[in-house]
Design a protein around this ligand. Sequence first.
Ligand SMILES: Cc1cc2nc3c(=O)[nH]c(=O)nc-3n(C[C@H](O)[C@H](O)[C@H](O)COP(=O)(O)OP(=O)(O)OC[C@H]3O[C@@H](n4cnc5c(N)ncnc54)[C@H](O)[C@@H]3O)c2cc1C
Ligand code: SF4
Length: 499
Amino acid sequence: MADPTGFLSTPRQTAPRRPVDVRISDWREVHGRMRRGDLERQAGRCMDCGIPFCHGGCPLGNLIPEWNDLTWRRHWRDAAARLHATNNFPEFTGLLCPAPCESACVLGINADPVAIKQVEIEIVDRAWAEGWVTSQPPSAAARAAGRPAAVVGSGPAGLAAAQQLTRAGHAVTVFERDDQPGGLLRYGIPAFKMEKWRLDRRLGQMRAEGTEIRCGVHAGVDVSAADLRAGYRAIVLAGGARVPRGLPVPGAGLAGIHQAMEYLPLANRAAAGGSAAAGGTGVVGEPPVSARGRHVVIIGGGDTGADCLGTALRQGAASVTQLEIMPRPPRARPDGQPWPTYPMIYRVSSAHEEGGERVYAVSTQEFLADESGRVRALRLADVDLAGGRITVRADTERELACDLVLLAMGFTGAEDSALLAGLGVSLTDRGAVRRDDRFAAEVPGVFVAGDMGRGQSLIVWAIAEGRSAAAAADRYLAGETALPAAIGASAGPLRLGGR
Ligand SMILES: Cc1cc2nc3c(=O)[nH]c(=O)nc-3n(C[C@H](O)[C@H](O)[C@H](O)COP(=O)(O)OP(=O)(O)OC[C@H]3O[C@@H](n4cnc5c(N)ncnc54)[C@H](O)[C@@H]3O)c2cc1C
Ligand code: SF4
């Protein structure tokens, strides 16, 4: 056990965020770092419970009490090894995960939970700084027994699957249609949440281990399903769930209205500015869709909307309003979402600290155009939620002036592509690629991981899926596997009454 009385004597502490006026003038990460001694004391708050619910809260089954204890004892290198035992990319989750583990922490029942995510990022940052993270290429014998395997998509699911399969000895090629690998880590999530050099550093590790990553290759278009079948003994599909949810109201086609995933990639490319030396965070050029000087309305109150908000503020928006159709959630856990579930509560992301206004329980009725055909306002109305139904409240309609609208209402599923048809796999009613609980698609040798099989989700689930799909693919290729499977494909978040 870590410090036996740490949870009594040490209050929870996380890294400070950089001052708002400084951070909105650049694209660098918002979070600062903690002093080593302070972090060790935070790890010492862990009680090493008999039943560590944090394990169940984390889709990766991260060995949280073990690395807390090792960190508190200053065995940082061992802590890094235990962290990597269950997670290929702890710096992605340590910065970006919403930390369902902390909602399940036993200390959180009557006090502030252990700062698990903070400990995670500090361990992996130190591991890189000390040179403890090295490439782990397979042995010559494993390589000789390996088979060619293809991974389609280089988001966190595809990268995790590729790294696991490469380490098991297979000759892995990742096909990515974008010009650079990373999926939403590269072009969806802004650098102020995670700078891109962290991604490039992992890609370097993967290439050194032998994974081939081919960008600018659209599977199903540039390379046919038949060619993939002929060239590779197993295929892991990890193409994400990128079909955006639309807003079918009058005026939705006006100029100045964009999907979040049109706007954010352009902003990310502009922020990267092609400057590797700047770690992809020097601002070069104005993106073709910019918030500079504009009155911006973001429709959708979730994390993607928050990413649009932080991006618009950095681009110099005149104002930003974020609209959400649901009522404002409570600040504390509602009765129906007790420990150890992940509750829907009012959260303030770093972007929300920086500016903008959040408006809840409103619905957009129509977009209005100026004389040039560009959006000049939207008409919205208050709504009531009763018995699961949303109804517009009479006499509450009003106009909200805006000249840039960003739609951030989520995604309906995977793209129904030539690749899927060519492979002979299909989509479910929910827009996910059909698979069984061991990640196998409808045809032998094809596996499905990440948002493409689960629907819009989180990085931690994508990594867990990639690891587990790799284990299934390895068993298919080699007849057995030593790769760990974090989850079954139907696993979900902790719920009352079990998974
Ligand atoms: C704006 C935004 C912010 C987010 N922020 C967070 C966050 O802070 N924390 C968090 O946990 N989650 C966040 N998420 C969710 C998270 O990013 C996803 O759940 C995760 O990236 C899914 O990983 P994936 O590998 O399944 O798919 P993706 O990351 O979508 O990657 C799929 C890749 O496949 C490629 N591809 C698709 N089809 C083909 C093809 N036919 N040929 C070749 N390549 C193909 C795509 O170009 C893409 O690169 C965010 C999502 C969005 C949209
Ligand atoms: S990956 Fe997420 S859920 Fe798992 S330990 Fe890290 S912060 Fe917690």
